[in-house]
Write a protein that binds this ligand. Structure first.
Ligand SMILES: CC(C)(COP(=O)(O)OP(=O)(O)OC[C@H]1O[C@@H](n2cnc3c(N)ncnc32)[C@H](O)[C@@H]1OP(=O)(O)O)[C@@H](O)C(=O)NCCC(=O)NCCS
Length: 162
């Protein structure tokens, strides 16, 4: 299967908003499509970056990331990643590899002295995501109790680049 991952410039997000929203809703089992669309648009306006995975000529996955804290801290967060549950498998790894390259380019282009750490927050009850992150070199660094809502713990995964 031929898979390519490309960065969607913020000025082009509208052209694939509907498709990213569909993949997002399928991956996360969301039915509030309008909220998801608004969320993506708001995040892009705040400076989040979206990349899409294309297989068989169609978008079947996406990943988004954001720079966190101050540039001098050299930290980015993988904010969302999702693949079409009815589409091809094997998109998670190329999405994360392309995201890391995108983050490196971003920090280099702006003379931000490179990326030092990427982190991810993921629900404690999401082993497929944990496996993916571990396969990509991320380590379970902390468990944060009741983070997004009471009784739902988050795992923080981190990867250091220096
Ligand atoms: C997590 C997700 C992005 C993985 O995408 P994917 O295309 O299946 O990933 P890949 O096929 O590249 O798999 C990479 C690794 O992920 C792990 N993995 C993927 N699906 C898995 C599953 N159902 N069960 C256990 N591990 C799984 C495996 O370790 C796999 O490596 P391996 O095949 O060498 O064992 C996808 O399952 C998804 O969209 N999940 C719903 C949304 C979500 O939970 N996102 C993360 C929120 S933080």
């Amino acid at each position: 299967m031929d898979v390519s991952v490309r960065h969607v410039p913020s000025c082009q997000i509208e052209t694939c908003l509907a498709t990213i929203t569909s993949v997002f809703c399928s991956a996360f089992r969301r039915v509030d499509r309008v909220n998801v669309e608004n969320l993506i648009q708001a995040e892009v306006q705040q400076g989040h970056h979206y990349l899409v995975a294309i297989a068989d000529g169609q978008i079947h996955g996406f990943v988004s990331w954001a720079m966190r804290y101050e540039p001098r801290h050299q930290i980015a967060e993988l904010v969302h990643i999702g693949t079409n549950p009815y589409g091809p498998r094997g998109l998670g790894r190329p999405l994360i590899a392309a995201m890391e390259a995108d983050i490196r380019d971003f920090f280099q282009d702006r003379s931000l002295s490179g990326i030092r750490m990427i982190y991810i927050l993921t629900h404690a009850d999401n082993p497929p995501a944990h496996n993916l992150y571990e396969r990509c070199g991320y380590k379970h660094a902390a468990t944060i109790p009741s983070f997004f809502r009471a009784g739902m713990d988050e795992y923080m995964f981190t990867k250091h680049f220096e």
